[in-house]
Design a binder for this molecule. Structure first.
Ligand SMILES: [Zn+2]
Ligand SMILES: [Zn+2]
Length: 322
């Protein structure tokens, strides 16, 4: 079966044997998968990963330990935890020190015709949620994680920095709290998409320093944190969402002087993302730039890496050979 493999820093579409599920795992026939900035960073060396890329997944269970679940359409969480350690016992399985992460660390991902996540990672999708939209469950869950970590009140002034795929999703999720939200970016086309979704937008230069209660940094760039610290008010909160290959230089003095809370934020609750996408509270359609068959995965990656690109989806439905 076909899979997009990263090997010693090189991406190539390969023919591989169908993966064999381990204990507790399901064999998923992938329907569609989303290319995310993390994938682009991994291809550049972030996480030192080799194997099949991809972690934003929608597919159908073809085989699994419990036959009642066969045939279900699912999305899959990305962290594979041990289930026995202290973090897992505390309900923090996403922080299990033994974890592997699908398509990111130690576990093959979903840019392939088949993938084998554990059953416990799978969430059944409602019929009204299309395959295309279901590819956004994982990133939308990451957007909802901000609300799991930070109390956002309707009187709060909130800025989301970054008008990329994740920033646009986070803006839609935070907008649903009724807070005074501003999406900050510098791509005219993306800011226009946000305005069409009813979101207030601004360019960074037009904003007063120290004027926001909460600033979410989703620029994907090491310069984003500095900009976020400039915008947040004393005693405010900065949420860091970007992952990138490389380190940033940080002047910590403003954090101390203004007593700023910095919150790192990663994966989030699928239980909140699935109904939000199914009901249209989060509307990702305008974020889809291209849908590319798996056989052209390498060009899909090039497309996704172009400056200003939004979401590229890989479509495995066309070439399934059974
Ligand atoms: Zn992702
Ligand atoms: Zn564990």
């Amino acid at each position: 079966v076909k899979a997009l493999v990263l090997d010693s820093g090189r991406l190539a579409l390969r023919d591989q044997p169908t993966p064999v599920p381990g204990p507790g795992e399901a064999l998923i026939r992938v329907a569609m998968a989303g290319v995310c900035n993390t994938d682009l960073e991994i291809a550049r060396g972030y996480m030192n990963f080799s194997g099949v890329l991809g972690h934003e997944l929608c597919g159908v269970i073809e085989a699994c330990p419990d036959p009642r679940f066969a045939g279900r359409r699912v999305a899959g969480e990305i962290n594979l935890s041990c289930g026995r350690c202290e973090q897992c016992a505390r309900g923090l399985a996403r922080h299990c020190p033994q974890r592997t992460v699908m398509g990111i660390a130690g576990k093959d991902g979903c840019f392939a015709e088949y993938v084998t996540p554990p059953m416990t990672n799978l969430h059944t999708l409602p019929e009204e949620l299309s395959d295309e939209r279901a590819c956004f469950v994982e990133p939308a869950a990451a957007a909802f994680e901000v609300l799991e970590q930070v109390m956002v009140l309707s009187r709060d002034r909130v800025a989301v920095l970054g008008d990329g795929k994740l920033g646009l999703l986070i803006a839609q999720v935070l907008e649903s709290t009724g807070c005074a939200l501003t999406l900050v970016g510098n791509h005219a086309r993306k800011l226009e998409l946000a305005r069409q979704a009813g979101i207030t937008t601004a360019e960074i230069g037009s904003l007063a320093r120290k004027s926001f209660d909460v600033v979410v940094e989703a620029t994907g760039s090491p310069t984003g944190l500095h900009a976020a610290v400039e915008l947040v008010r004393p005693r405010g909160t900065v949420v860091l969402k970007s992952t990138y290959h490389g380190k940033l230089e940080l002047d910590a003095a403003p954090l101390v002087i203004d007593e700023i809370t910095v919150v790192g934020s990663r994966c989030g609750p699928f239980e909140r993302a699935i109904p939000a996408l199914a009901s249209g509270l989060v509307r990702p359609d305008a974020l889809i730039d291209a849908i590319v068959p798996l056989v052209r995965a390498e060009s899909a990656f090039e497309r996704a890496a172009q400056p200003g690109a939004l979401k590229v989806l890989l479509d495995m439905r066309a070439e399934s050979v059974g």
